[in-house]
Design a protein around this ligand. Sequence first.
Ligand code: HSE
Length: 458
Amino acid sequence: MGSPVRIGILGAGTVGGAVHDLVATGHLARFGVDAEVVKVFTRRPEGKPGYATAPELFTTDPAAVTGHPDVDIVVEVLGAGGAEDLRAQKEWVVDALRHGKPVATANKALLVAHGAEIWTAARESGRAVRFEACVGGGIPIIGPLTQSLAAERPAAIYGLLNGTSNYILTEMAQRSRSYEDALASAQALGYAEADPDADVSGRDAEAKLLLLASITFGARLMPGAIHRKGIERIHAIDFLYAARKGRATIKSVALARGVDGALEAMVSPMVVPERHPIAGIDGVTNALFFKGQVSDGGAPGAGDWDYVFAGPGAGGGATAVAVLGDVQELVARSGDAPFLPVESIVSGVDSVRPQDDLRASFYVRFVVCDQSGIVGELCQILGEQRINVSEIWQLEHTEEELESLVGRGKGGTVAHEILPFVITLEETSVGQLRQALERIAQKDYVLAEPLWLPIWGA
Ligand code: HSE
């Protein structure tokens, strides 16, 4: 074994601390990599757990890592911040490359916002940027998609890409915990982003999906280009309707697929039938299903199976494992093989399908002030919008459930007047549904904005 590989880390949060500790305790030595951490950038060095014995490692100057003469590889694990933070982080990564240092990053928001400049700097410097930890926490996804499965032709990628959201929905479904309570636990366990709104709004999963769409379909999209819905408005009763009436549960699904030369992509909570494997993937677990056209070769039974990647999707330890897998790969390749999947993709799609043209069957949950004739009127509006109603579901509810749906005492509404029910719809477009719901929202008896979710595969 030669001299140790010297690692500089940008970031000393949950992931940075875990990377440091794994290196310090010799976790790369198993495959013959002798490594040490020589510098760590953090804005706030005081009281970082895991570093108590080595305060001299810290610097508050990022250039002391990116330009450090002894650093061989830069690990960038700065949590996503606002646009200004991302611009600064991009400068630091580019600076590391220009100093001849390959980079392993866990910062998906950075790659989505500034990928083009980072790939250019990587190409110009002849140094690699690897980003396995950006998607799916500890699960190997980027490596398999860009290397092992390079000969596949993608048809679709879909799955659960945000551990925090999956944890919260699982806790709500299985333990009847409130959304707020489950979110607080996800934060305490270190799953959530610094700004947990990025998780629950679907932005974190969107960034991961955009990276996946770029390496599989060659689609370069910016946040906001695809349909995105968070989990914030899912209520405990939605699980009751999904389970008792639909034999299903609710999962936050990220999906990109090629349809007639166009890319369809979205991140949204979906009603997923219990029989689909996604329905059984619980807790902080992430899963990615990859459907390839080569393996779907027309043989009997072909197409029933997708490539499946699953495992711990968040948390410092799992993410650090992925980062160090990249470090190991950089050492094996001497960091000098620019890893530029975006440039090397033969585009499989020509355009992105407009959000309003996405088609699905839908679950729509209404909360109204009970009076006669409501269902008839809603169905008429849906019919005028050329939307076919499939089923109407209604359950008994406790007073507490009813009041929590509209906020206690809102508009003088008392529990016995609050009526939730669900209408499921045959396949229609997002645009048609939105138009119908805009008309419905104007009705006096509507107490809360209707919640609409695609029904998976129906
Ligand atoms: N906050 C992310 C999640 C962690 O919950 O999945 C890794 O991106």
